[in-house]
Design a protein around this ligand. Structure first.
Ligand SMILES: [Zn+2]
Length: 493
């Protein structure tokens, strides 16, 4: 195919790039589903989308558990609903917080289904009235529908031949505000599972279409924000990171390379129909082409690691962290409430969080969440620090804890609790500088003389140099300790 013809095809909305099959898309937004909520909750339908050939032959999925909410507005519903609907963030669409949707700039940035409306059947289903204040141009069907009726409404439209549909579902947000967004609250997890069942109904309707074999479906599931305790909108990875699953015939399988943003969702949808989001002036870029292979299967070989003797803190492990990437995993038990911001482990001079090195500190407060465990990474310039957290395990209980920093600077902080729940938070460390020249102390900082000492016990310490384990691999290590293994998945060096 010559380049001119390819260009013509790219600009023709009605033409699929792939084999003449009719492009179709379904974008589902689960309000308030935090980044790790898809990971730690029974979601069989999402799992199928992420696994090659599991939903339908030829379909496979990519995913990310660290998608950024909009950078220029709080992690609240309206700015992110509007960003997913318009493909641009608050500085353009003017939806800077809840209550601002009616005043948005839809003359310049209409609902993205508007771009498809001339040649396609489109529908926007939403459960929160304010979302419907995003305006479209052209013939885009709007339907305000509650969660109890949304599956039927979506299934009806799929059966009737809708080409591109966006569906916003409220339930996780309501559950989070009631009982907490933490994935260890059963009600929150059950709500995510309930949404998965709704997704399953829609997917069944898609696959049941008589024309399905001649259609090229793109399914995207995402969220608008996460949450912590019973709120969101705070500057915290709990709220500012959301998941995404992108499934289709032309998606590569694996974990999406960071960074990803909620505005990439509409960009991906439009690109599926042959439109170029950049030419439309949109902020997002199509997802699905750039994935890391990531050891994502249960059969992955355990990587090599260095085991470190644990015990009552404080002690100097002698371990030197040389560079990224790396992963450090351990079991931690705190003896009662901790004084100050005592290091669980650290190789840095914790007198200044901007110093090079890394620390997980107990008993700190990020200003929103109260006492908890926070991971801090210093950066090369010494002018900036990354803080990821907080988790708040109870004193006296053994918890699994892990930190990884990937080559691209993504720092992921994990907690696995005695009740079996597992979650993680992530943040991007620009020019992460985990090497400090000091050894890793447990219960103290790298100098061994910080003013606060962590009172507790740390065991089963494993250090994986040269690799940031995938979240699934870290989960497997946690599970093995849960099952009572004295040593988890790694082989000794
Ligand atoms: Zn929301």
């Amino acid at each position: 195919m010559n380049k001119k013809l390819l260009g013509a095809l790219l600009s023709a909305a009605a033409v699929s790039l792939f084999g003449g099959e009719a492009p179709k898309s379904l974008v589902i937004m689960l309000d308030g589903a935090r980044a790790d909520s898809f990971f730690d909750t029974p979601t069989p339908n999402l799992d199928k989308l992420m696994t090659e050939d599991a939903w339908q032959p030829g379909y496979r999925g990519a995913w990310s558990f660290s998608v950024d909410t909009v950078p220029d507005a709080p992690a609240n519903s309206a700015p992110n609903h509007a960003a997913i609907a318009t493909g641009v963030t608050a500085v353009k669409n003017l939806v800077t917080d809840n209550g601002k949707t009616a005043g948005g700039n839809y003359e310049d940035w209409p609902h993205v289904l508007s771009y498809l409306a001339p040649d396609h059947r489109t529908a926007f289903l939403y459960g929160w009235g304010e979302s419907g204040q995003v305006r479209a141009k052209g013939n885009v069907e709007y339907l305000e529908v509650g969660d109890s009726a949304v599956a039927a409404a979506a299934v009806e439209r799929i059966g009737n031949g809708v080409d591109a549909m966006m569906v916003y579902i409220n339930a996780p947000d309501a559950a989070g505000h009631n009982v907490g967004f933490y994935p260890h609250t059963a009600t929150y997890r059950n709500t995510i599972s309930g949404c998965d069942a709704i997704i399953g109904e829609m997917l069944s309707a898609v696959a049941a279409r008589p024309e399905f074999k001649n259609e090229d479906w793109l399914i995207i599931v995402t969220s608008d924000h996460g949450g912590y305790h019973t709120g969101h909108g705070m500057p915290s990875a709990h709220a500012e990171k959301v998941p995404v699953v992108v499934a289709g015939r032309h998606v590569k399988s694996g974990e999406l390379a960071a960074p990803c943003s909620v505005v990439d969702v509409p960009a991906t949808m439009l690109a599926h129909f042959g439109l170029d989001p950049a030419k439309l002036g949109l902020d997002g870029r199509p997802l699905g082409a750039n994935v890391s292979s990531a050891e994502c299967t249960a059969s992955a070989e355990p990587p090599e690691c260095q085991k470190i003797a644990g015990g009552k803190t404080p002690f100097d492990s002698g371990l030197k962290i040389k560079d990224i990437p790396f992963t450090l995993t351990m079991m931690v038990r705190a003896d009662g409430e901790q004084p100050g911001d005592a290091p669980v482990f650290s190789n840095k001079d914790w007198n200044d969080g901007k110093n090079p090195g890394i620390v997980v500190a107990a008993g700190t407060s990020n200003g929103w969440t109260g006492p908890g465990y926070v991971c801090n990474v210093g950066c090369v310039s010494g002018a900036w620090r990354l803080d990821v957290g907080a988790f708040d395990p109870l004193p006296g209980e053994w918890v699994f804890m892990a930190v990884s920093i990937a080559a691209d600077g993504e720092c992921r902080f994990y907690e696995g609790r005695p009740d079996g729940s597992f979650h993680f938070l992530s943040g991007e460390a620009e020019n992460a500088a985990p090497a400090s020249g000091l050894t890793v102390h447990f219960g103290q900082d790298g100098t061994g003389s910080y003013k606060f000492t962590f009172n507790g016990e740390i065991r089963n310490i494993e250090f994986y140099p040269d690799r940031a384990l995938s979240s699934r691999s870290v989960y497997q290590i946690y599970r093995k300790y849960q099952e009572g293994a004295s040593s988890a998945s790694c082989s000794s060096k």
